[in-house]
Design a protein around this ligand. Structure first.
Ligand code: NAD
Length: 486
């Protein structure tokens, strides 16, 4: 289609020093739609992590005492620059991980919402005055303070929105950040950092160390890093917490999910089935943490739901993510593709469910890219691997239920707890569900968006802890100091 796929070699931003070579070697970036290597990414080693953290700690002292209104204006300016570079972000986001142009644009718009929302918090952070009525002498109050340096470790599926959710509130609260993106997706993140510096974020207040797990581990362990904000999988989160445990360092963990989507007999099936498909196996090829990947349909509408889901899946178009008519691009890497196909294969051969759509890698023009057909399994055993483990690919599992009690117990029977979705017009049932479903968020009748800056987002169980969004999201980057003056 004649799209420019060229990218400049990313760099490491270590405060005043910006370098094109890291001590952790080089990663060969592969373009997921074709499987071809098309760029080198320098990787940070422990020395670079140390340089970034030292630059951050020095710069954080000035930043925390910069007037809040000045910090606010810098963040607003960053938002303006980002908006002006929307098309660059779209192109780089597609090159990063193969997401479609439509989804890239949606994520950029969402990120801009986070930028302006948290810019607005910068000058509204206050404490509480405390009165001691029995003694009329002392003045006591609380003050929110930034931590200092936040280690930000993010994954590859939506790097830009992760920066909006973490870096912007951390900066608004007066912290410096060291960002370690996934080595798989360096490009949009680097543009964000460049624009932040251009907007007036001082060098050192924002630093960038593209790197692998080694750099992530060094960042978590670094004594100048006061708190870690992490998005990724539960296995990595356990390793991060083990390192944090040494220094009793706090962490926010945004992890995976296996979210249930409950469709009751009285649901609006037109909307419920359409949204169920696009938000599980369509958008981002199923590589989203809060996607409704377990569809639980009431027995009285079960066959109808299965038929509608099959029809909507057949309307999806897999292909070149730069083609605006394409709904679903490839998955991120060859390893991800093989892992997803392996999970589907085990589910089918082990009779965990009945394959009603997809299940394979497509051939023809798409054979060299990392594509997986949008896949749906019906009659899925809720205890099977495919129903219990996060696939992080385009796979939807459908299970039948008879009663409200039964569906709540199936929905709650995984170790994850990020989101739950329900479709019903019965208000009493909605009230019961919002209390009984064990998840960080319950979203009813297609309420959108799930990841909105005004609304707290986060998990329970192995979906993590801590929150992003709303006042809670900025509080994660502040600690409260008590002051009492006699
Ligand atoms: P991952 O945990 O393998 O990697 C995430 C990041 O952690 C990467 O930058 C990686 O380099 C780094 N890392 C790896 N090992 C590390 C270590 N020992 N110490 C420090 N850092 C380390 O996750 P992934 O496979 O890249 O991403 C997929 C997971 O992310 C899924 O589980 C998905 O659900 C989750 N996710 C969650 C959210 C959310 O907001 N809840 C959003 C997107 C993705």
């Amino acid at each position: 289609m004649g799209v420019d796929l060229s990218v400049a070699r990313p760099r490491l931003y270590l405060g005043e020093r910006v370098v094109g070579q890291g001590s952790g070697g080089v990663y060969e970036h592969v373009y997921a739609p074709t499987g071809e290597v098309h760029g080198e990414v320098p990787l940070a080693g422990p020395d670079d992590v140390d340089a970034a953290a030292r630059a951050a700690v020095a710069a954080s002292r000035r930043w925390r005492s910069t007037r809040p209104a000045t910090r606010r204006d810098v963040i607003i300016r960053l938002g303006e620059l980002m908006r002006a570079h929307t098309e660059d972000f779209v192109r780089l986001s597609v090159i990063d991980n193969g997401m479609t142009v439509g989804f890239a644009r949606f994520l950029i718009d969402s990120t801009l919402d986070w930028v302006s929302y948290y810019a607005g918090w910068t000058d509204k952070l206050d404490g509480t005055a405390v009165s001691f009525p029995w003694q009329r002498r002392d003045l006591a109050y609380t003050m929110p303070e930034p931590y200092g340096v936040i280690g930000v470790i993010i994954t590859w599926n939506g790097p830009l929105i992760s920066l909006g959710m973490k870096v912007i509130p951390a900066l608004a609260a007066g912290n410096a950040v060291v960002i370690k993106p996934s080595e798989l997706t360096p490009y949009a993140v680097e543009l964000f950092v460049k624009l932040a510096l251009e907007a007036g974020v001082p060098p050192g207040v924002i630093t960038l160390i593209p790197g692998t797990a080694e750099a992530g581990q060094a960042l978590v362990a670094h004594p100048d890093v006061q708190k870690v904000s992490f998005t990724g999988g539960p296995e990595t989160a356990r390793k991060i917490l083990a390192v944090c445990a040494q220094e009793l360092k706090p962490a926010v963990l945004e992890l995976g999910g296996k979210s249930a989507n409950l469709i009751f007999a009285d649901a609006d099936l037109d909307s419920a089935c359409f949204v169920a498909v696009y938000s599980s196996v369509g958008s981002l090829s199923g590589q989203g943490c809060a996607m409704p990947t377990r569809l639980l349909a009431h027995a009285s509408v079960y066959d109808e739901v299965v038929a509608r889901i099959s029809r909507h899946v057949s309307e999806l178009r897999l292909g070149d993510p730069f083609d605006p008519a394409v709904t679903s691009g490839p998955v991120v890497t060859c390893q991800a593709q093989q892992r997803i196909l392996g999970m589907i294969d085990r589910a089918v051969t082990g009779n965990a469910g009945r394959l009603i759509a997809g299940g394979h890698a497509p051939g023809g023009d798409l054979a060299d890219g990392f594509y997986v057909e949008p896949t749906v399994l019906a009659d899925v055993d809720p205890d099977s691997e495919i129903a219990q483990s996060e696939v992080f690919g385009p796979v939807l599992c459908i299970t039948r239920f008879d009663t409200d009690d039964e569906v709540v117990s199936i929905a709650n029977a995984t170790r994850y707890g990020l989101a739950s979705y329900a479709w019903t017009n019965d208000l009493r049932r909605v009230q019961r569900l919002t209390s009984d479903l064990q998840a960080g968020g319950v979203y009813v009748n297609g309420a959108q968006p799930v990841i909105a800056p005004e609304l707290s987002f986060g998990g329970i169980g192995i979906s993590g802890f801590g929150r992003e969004g709303g006042r809670e999201g900025i509080n994660e980057f502040l600690r409260t100091k008590a002051i009492s003056i006699g």
